[in-house]
Design a protein around this ligand. Structure first.
Ligand code: ZN
Length: 287
C-alpha cells in the first residue's frame, strides 16, 4: 500500500474512531459541545477513579506526587486536573497511558508541558506518531515497566495485541486493582478492534487470559463503572461467543453485509461507519 493511501486510511479510521468514542459516551460528536465535567470516586485507600467525557482515569496519591493512568481528551485537561487538585496538593508526576486513543492520551501534550513524565508501550508511541497525535511519550517499554513513587509500586505491562497493538494494563499490586484501558469496558460493552493500529480479535482473549493471572479484585475499565474479576470473566466469555459466531459465518462464506448486520443486531455494535470499517479486517483475521 502506498504511503498516501495508508495515511488516508489512517485519517479515515481516526475520524471513525471519534465516532466510536462519541458512541461510547452516548453523546454527539465530542467537539460540538462544551467539555463534560469529571468526577472522582474512591476505589481503594489512596486510589481514585476520575470519570467524565473521555476514558476512565486512575489517580494514585503518594507523598511524592500523583501518578495518573490516562488523561482523557485534550479538552478535558482542566476537568481532570481540578479533580486531582481536590484529592491532593502534590503535583502529577507520571501519566501511564493504556493506549494511544485520544480519549485516553489526549491531554499528554499539556501534561508534558507541565513536566509530567508520560510512559506508554512502544507501539502506542509508534501509533501516536503515525496519527500525528501530539504528546507522544518520551519513555516507552517493550514488555513491562515498574514505577516506584512515594513507596508505592505500579506495574504497566503489555500482554499482546487486543484493542490496539500497544495496549498496556496497569497493576497496583498492593491494592489489588488493575486498569485495563479499552481491553475491557463496562459501558458500553462492545469491543472496538482497532485493526489499523495493530488490534486483534484472536490475540485479545489471550491477553485477557494473562491479565486474569494477576492477583486483583477490582477493575477500573477503559469506560464505564468499576468492575471486578467476575465482570471481566463474563466480558471475555461474551467476546469469545461473538468471535466464534463471526468466525462461523466467515467459514460459511457469509457476506460482509451479513456479518455487519449480525454484529449490529445480535451484539449491539454501533451501526454505520465504524462497525463496517472493522469488518473487512475482522473477516480477514477469521479466515
Ligand atoms: Zn481506545
Amino acid at each position: 500500500m502506498s504511503r498516501t493511501v495508508r495515511v488516508r486510511i489512517a485519517v479515515t479510521l481516526f475520524a471513525l474512531l471519534g465516532a466510536w468514542a462519541a458512541y461510547t459516551q452516548n453523546s454527539p460528536t465530542p467537539n460540538q459541545n462544551a467539555p463534560r465535567p469529571a468526577v472522582a470516586q474512591k476505589v481503594k485507600d489512596g486510589l481514585y477513579m476520575i470519570s467524565g467525557e473521555g476514558g476512565n482515569v486512575a489517580a494514585l496519591l503518594t507523598d511524592e506526587g500523583v501518578l495518573l493512568v490516562d488523561d482523557m481528551y485534550d479538552r478535558n485537561y482542566a476537568a481532570v486536573m481540578d479533580q486531582v487538585k481536590s484529592l491532593s496538593e502534590k503535583p502529577v508526576r507520571y501519566v501511564l497511558n493504556t493506549h494511544q486513543h485520544d480519549d485516553h492520551s489526549g491531554s499528554n501534550a499539556r501534561m508534558l508541558a507541565a513536566s509530567v513524565e508520560i510512559i506508554a508501550h512502544r507501539n502506542a508511541r509508534v501509533n501516536m506518531i503515525a496519527l500525528k497525535q501530539p504528546g507522544a511519550p518520551r519513555v516507552t517499554f517493550t514488555d513491562e515497566m515498574e514505577v516506584h513513587l512515594g513507596g508505592k509500586e505500579v506495574r504497566t505491562r503489555h500482554y499482546g495485541r487486543g484493542h490496539t497493538g500497544g495496549d498496556a494494563v496497569i497493576y497496583f499490586p498492593e491494592l489489588k486493582v488493575i486498569h485495563t484501558g479499552d481491553l475491557f469496558l463496562t459501558r458500553p460493552t462492545q469491543p472496538y478492534i482497532d485493526y489499523a493500529n495493530g488490534g486483534s480479535a484472536l490475540e485479545w482473549t489471550k491477553a485477557l487470559d494473562e491479565v486474569l493471572k494477576l492477583d486483583f479484585d477490582t477493575i477500573i475499565p477503559g469506560h464505564g463503572p468499576l468492575s471486578d474479576r467476575t465482570g471481566l470473566l463474563k466480558w471475555r466469555a461474551d467476546f469469545e461467543t461473538m468471535r466464534n459466531r463471526i468466525g462461523g459465518m466467515v467459514r460459511q462464506g457469509k457476506s460482509k453485509e451479513e456479518v455487519s448486520q449480525t454484529l449490529v443486531k445480535d451484539f449491539g455494535w454501533p451501526p454505520g461507519g465504524l462497525a463496517i470499517a472493522q469488518v473487512d479486517a475482522f473477516i480477514a483475521e477469521m479466515k
